[in-house]
Structure formats: C-alpha cells, structure tokens
Design a protein around this ligand. Structure first.
Ligand code: SF4
Length: 476
C-alpha cells in the first residue's frame, strides 16, 4: 500500500460504498486530486463516531463544481470491490473515478496498475462469494413458534454479506434463516421478504451440531464419486478453514478408504439432504407442480403412487389445507377427491362456498399407509414427515397468498401453527402464524367419517359447517 502524502487530508468514513460516495462527491466535483485526500474507514481505524462526524463536516466546505460522470459499470463493480477488506480500496476507487473523468475507457486498459488492482480485489471478493454460496451449512434450531429456523456460521475473507444476501434470499425464500459471521449477521424474514442486517456473532455463540450434520454426511456420502476424486482440486476449492464447518468432510477419510468398492455402487438418492434441495426457487404453481414428482425429501415417496399437489388458482382468498392424500387421491393425483373430499364438497355447498374459488392442498404430499391384504390403510404422518414436507406447503402459500388459510385437522394445524396447537380447544379461532396472514383450524372431514357414534358424527359435522361459514364471512 502506498504511504499517505504529507499534505493529504484524512477523510474518515463508515466502511460502505454509500458512505464513500457521499464523502467523495464534493472532492471529485471540485477536482481534488487523489494524492491530496486519504480515505480511512472506521473498521480499519477504530475511530470514534465523533471524529467521523468532524472529519465529514470538514469536507462539506469544499467548493462544488460540475457533477462528475460516474459510469454505471464502474459503480456496479465498485460495489464488489467495496466489500474487500483492503484498507486501500477507498483510495483506489477515488483514484479510478477521478481518472475516469478524463478517460472513460480507463477500466479497459489492462496494463494500468490501478485497473489491475481493481480487478484483483474484485476477483478475490467474487471468489469469496462463490465459496460462501457453496460451503454454507445451515443448522436447524427451534424458533419462537416452534417453527424451524436455519442458522449458519461462516467465516468469509471479506465483508460480503450484502453481496451474498440476494442469493440466499432467492434460494431459501420460504425458510426462516440467519447467517452469522464475526463481522456482521443477516436474517431473512420470509413474511416481510426482507433481509435484516445486524452485528457480528462470535463462532462460540453459533449453534453446534444438530441432526442435519448426520444428514449432510449421508448426503455427501451418497453423492461422493470416488471415480472422479481429485484431492488437489478439492483442497483448492475447500480451503482448510472451511472444513470445520462442513460435517460431510469428516467423512472424507473413510470415503476415500472405501473408494474402490464405492465406484461399483454409486448411490443416486439425495433424500437425506432434505426437501429444500428439491424445491425450485421460483414459487409459482406451475413450476412447483412440475418439480414435486422428483421430491425425495422423506421416505413417503417410496411407496405412494405419486405426489399429490394442491389444486386451484394462484391469488385466491381462501386456502384449505388437509393432512395428506388418501387412497383415492393417491391413485388419481388430486387432493380431496375421495370419501372425505365428497363430504367436504357437501359442506362447502351448504356453507355457500364454491370449491372452484378455493385452493385446496395437503400438509404432506405423499400418501402414507400400511398394506393389509388388498387394502391400503391410512397412517398419520410423523412429525418429521410433516416437517420435511412443510417447505412445499410454504411454497404454495407463497404462490397463492390467500387472505385466510383453514387447516382441516390437527396435522395441517400443527404444520402451520406449531406442535403445541390444540385443535379442539382452539378450533374456529383466528390465529396468527408466521406463515400466513390469518389462519383458522377446524376438523378434518375424515374425522367425521371415522366417528362411530352417529350423534357425535352429527355434532362434528355441525362444527365443521359452522367454521366453514365463518371462513366464508371472513373472505367475503
Ligand atoms: S411427502 Fe413431501 S417431503 Fe416427503 S417426499 Fe413427498 S413431497 Fe417430498
């Protein structure tokens, strides 16, 4: 780094591109040469906020001239370079911008020292970003509502969280996640569709191992291709400091030892990774419907005929969520077309709701059953299966955005309202949920069909009808 000229004036800024632009503009407008000013950021200088204010206020006295030309291509690339830790990046950016006023093609001059340095910093930040995209591993923790949160701790070389945010926001749009680094943290709020930035978090305060560690190892074991192992390339791609964050790499020595046998028996299933890898980033009903047959997010796909996706249009006001497809739904590939669906149709008609105006789906998309002779008897999904399938339901919610979700039965209610939700205590009440604006839970029509006491069945039918009528009045 070049030394600071004796007469250079120090300008202390917050370490952001916006702060640098604001500070640099008056100097650039009045043609102050780069050698006469020296940018220092608070991260590098440990400067007190008072000193920052003083330093910036002195810049306010600079005479302003014509508005400088700032090429958009420079600004775009400067956003990347600004994330580098190099303390000299702000002076470099000013020098380049100052020189761009005379030579608008400067960034194309490949032998220019400033341009070479600009590209070097840009390349290093982009590489760091690539590694962050590739090597982050989330750990599952319980949120305030009993919903899942995913938290990852990462050690980037540079200050890249703002650059990385759009990738994770798009890739994991329906999940509640946080990425922590020693410098800063970011948290995705799926309801607000917004990334919030916060302070750094030391490694010791990040969540430790969870059951996903084992899943990642299994996943890595299943996709490990010993025939293509290139240790040198792997080391280049996965610098040693990332290895601690990558549980799958703890399996590496064993995998390499077994490589000979494994060449013959490659495992193609990715089921252990979880459902997130099967859900497309684009949450529209046609895209989700096209993708769900490939889902191997839990074991239920193995015995069922097909995944049964929801039915209805995007942007309807009312969404009904049942438990899982039954025998007939599984064969036909449509939700609520069996005996429970026929009872639901009757009740909807009595409540004055047109089924064509609804979106109807299930909390779990594959049929779970036990075979008894020729019969396939319904089995309730386990909590782990419900959790595995929840991201599909959340993706449907994201596509449909209903004003009201009515959960039919305990499984759907627990999926959206948390494991502690008590159906008979809270049925018919509007409840807030992290996943939808308004949620109500009521009985599943199959519970009425299963009731052996006719009087009890009649009472349950009346309750379901009452709740459907209330739902209609809410969305009317
Ligand atoms: S039940 Fe859900 S998570 Fe499991 S395989 Fe089917 S679609 Fe995927």
């Amino acid at each position: 780094m070049s030394s600071v000229p004796m007469l250079a004036r120090s300008i202390v800024i917050e370490p952001t591109l916006a702060a640098w632009r604001e500070a640099a503009r008056p100097f650039l407008e009045s043609g102050v040469e780069p050698d006469l000013i020296h940018f220092v950021d608070t991260a590098a200088a440990s400067v007190q906020p008072l000193f920052v204010a003083e330093a910036l206020s002195t810049s306010a006295g600079v005479r302003t001239g014509p508005r400088p030309h700032v090429p958009s291509s420079f600004l775009r690339r400067a956003e990347t370079v600004a994330c580098h830790r190099s303390p000299g990046r702000w002076n470099l950016l000013y020098r380049l911008l100052w020189r761009l006023q005379q030579n608008r093609d400067l960034l194309r001059v490949e032998v220019d020292d400033d341009v070479i340095e600009f590209r070097r910093l840009e390349h290093q930040v982009n590489r760091d970003l690539h590694k962050m995209h590739a090597f982050i591993r989330f750990r599952r923790v319980a949120g305030d509502f009993g919903e899942e949160e995913y938290v990852a701790w990462h050690r980037p070389d540079h200050l890249i969280l703002p650059l990385a945010a759009p990738f994770f926001a798009e890739r994991f749009a329906v999940m509640r996640w946080s990425i922590l680094t020693a410098d800063a943290s970011m948290r995705w709020n799926p309801e607000m569709k917004r990334v919030e930035f916060g302070p750094g978090v030391p490694r010791e305060r990040a969540p430790e191992d969870d059951e996903l560690e084992e899943l990642w190892r299994t996943y890595y074991g299943s996709i490990f291709n010993p025939a293509r192992t290139n240790l040198r390339a792997m080391r280049a791609e996965m610098p040693a400091r990332y290895w601690k964050n990558l549980p799958e790499l703890q399996s590496m020595p064993g995998l390499l030892r077994e490589a000979g046998q494994r060449v013959a028996g490659m495992i193609e299933s990715q089921s252990a990774l979880g459902v997130m890898s099967w859900i497309p980033a684009e949450h529209t009903l046609p895209v989700l419907r096209e993708a769900i047959p490939r889902c191997r997010g839990c074991d239920l796909h193995a015995c069922a005929t097909q995944a049964v996706f929801g039915e209805g249009s995007e942007r309807v006001a009312l969404m009904l969520v049942g438990e899982q497809p039954g025998d007939e739904e599984d064969r036909r590939g449509q939700p609520f077309v069996g005996p429970a669906g026929r009872l639901l149709d009757q009740l909807l008609a009595e409540a004055g709701i047109d089924r064509g105006s609804l979106y109807v789906t299930n909390a779990v998309k594959h049929f779970k059953f036990v075979q008894r002779g020729k019969l396939r008897l319904h089995q309730s999904p386990r909590l782990s299966e419900m959790n595995a399938c929840r991201p599909w339901l959340l993706a449907e919610l994201d596509a449909v955005r209903p004003a009201l979700v009515v959960c039919l039965g305990a499984t759907a209610a627990k999926s959206l309202l948390g494991a502690k939700f008590a159906l008979m205590r809270d049925r018919g009440r509007l409840v807030s949920s992290p996943w939808a604006a308004q949620v109500m839970a009521t009985l599943h029509p199959s519970a009425i069909l299963r009731a052996t006491d006719p009087e009890r069945a009649e009472g349950m039918r009346a309750m379901l009808l009452e709740d459907l009528r209330q739902a209609r009045s809410i969305v009317a």
